[in-house]
Design a protein around this ligand. Structure first.
Ligand SMILES: [Zn+2]
Length: 354
């Protein structure tokens, strides 16, 4: 089968590799669509980061570069191991793409995303969504209803990232949220917040991204920080109180400043973005307002709820797909597009058979 293999920085090859073999406790899946993620771009431009460098095998997967890429994918079950009784061939699924030690329990109440040596399928080994087929442990395979299109379903993984950030914030229906940055994760976090019944304000500079935030309906209002004082606008709309929860989705220091200003006293800010540097944080403001500034990584027990939101039509993922390509175009039409035209794109998804 064909697969996109990460060898090293700026060295991704489309290759013919052996098909993965089904084993006990596992499920074989034909990949339908796989999204390209900011993490993949970082691996391409600055990596290896999550990818174990050649000769340095990951402690759980035992693999090192080259590895197959792709962790945001949907597909159809083609076979299940004899000891798997609750999934059948032909079922549509998405994968929660974790590489986590076998003895870590995966159930509600367990922060399994924080377990030692956690990594991701499609980065740390175990195949990836940028190939025609994959074999995955049963516990990471989530069935989806037949009426959910498989191209939309490829966005369930990044949507789960937004959902986990929402859960971390403690935000409630009827509350007010400010999202700093309308890139892919900002938009998908906003989509979750809106679907969960919060009022959502977005701060964004880019014209294309502002337009996307408006057109997808994920924001009640979109503010351009060059035109208005975003925190003041949020206070004006909340009887002077400020937002209950804020989400940092830009890794830009002034956005973090804005959020510290825009949330109410005792408000919560969740940092969703990955910072390449250490920003200065206005600690006096954090202290005087008793703001809780929280981290979030990946997801844990979020997929069920996210799938429900999509199945029930509370979130329409279609408008977030801005490109569809085949595997051969992965670098030229995928990575390079996202690097050079990143404001025009939310998600480019890849058909590994095309
Ligand atoms: Zn990702």
């Amino acid at each position: 089968m064909r697969a996109a293999r990460y060898y090293d920085r700026k060295d991704i090859r489309i290759e013919e590799i052996d098909e993965p073999q089904l084993k006990p406790g596992h499920v074989a899946i034909d990949v339908a669509w796989c999204g390209i993620c900011g993490t993949d771009l970082h691996e391409y431009l600055e990596g290896p980061i999550f990818v174990p460098a050649h000769g340095h095998p990951h402690p759980i997967s035992g693999e090192s570069a080259p590895v197959t890429l792709g962790h945001e994918f949907s597909g159809t079950v083609t076979a299940v191991a004899d000891d798997v009784s609750d999934l059948t061939s032909g079922q549509k699924v998405v994968v929660e793409p974790y590489i986590i030690r076998e003895d870590v329990e995966v159930k509600p109440g367990v922060d399994y995303q924080l377990s030692p040596d956690m990594n991701f399928i499609g980065l740390g080994g175990r195949g990836g969504g940028l190939s025609e087929k994959i074999v995955v442990e049963r516990r990471w395979v989530h069935p989806i209803a037949d009426h959910v299109p498989l191209d939309h379903a490829a966005l369930i993984e990044p949507l789960a990232v937004g959902h986990h950030a929402f859960v971390r914030s403690g935000g409630k229906a009827g509350g007010v949220a400010v999202v700093g940055g309308a890139g892919p994760i900002g938009l998908l976090t906003a989509a979750v917040l809106k679907a969960e019944g919060l009022t959502v304000f977005i701060s964004e500079l880019s014209e294309a991204r502002k337009a996307k935030a408006r057109e997808t309906g994920v924001a009640d209002e979109v503010f351009d920080p060059r035109e208005v004082d975003v925190a003041a606008e949020v206070r004006r709309r909340t009887d002077g109180r400020g937002a209950d929860v804020g989400f940092e989705c830009s890794s830009v220091p002034v956005v973090l400043d804005m959020l510290l200003d825009a949330v109410r006293p005792a408000g919560v800010i969740v940092n969703v973005s990955i910072w390449g540097h250490k920003p200065a944080v206005d600690m006096p403001k954090l202290v005087l307002k008793e703001i809780a500034l929280l981290g979030t990584i990946g997801y844990a027990n979020d997929h069920r709820r996210v799938i429900e939101l999509v199945e029930d039509g509370k979130i329409d993922l279609g408008p977030f797909i801005t490109g569809r390509i085949g595997l051969d175009g992965l670098v030229s039409e995928g990575f390079e597009q996202l690097i050079n035209n990143n404001e025009q794109h939310v998600k480019i998804i890849v058909d590994p058979r095309a």
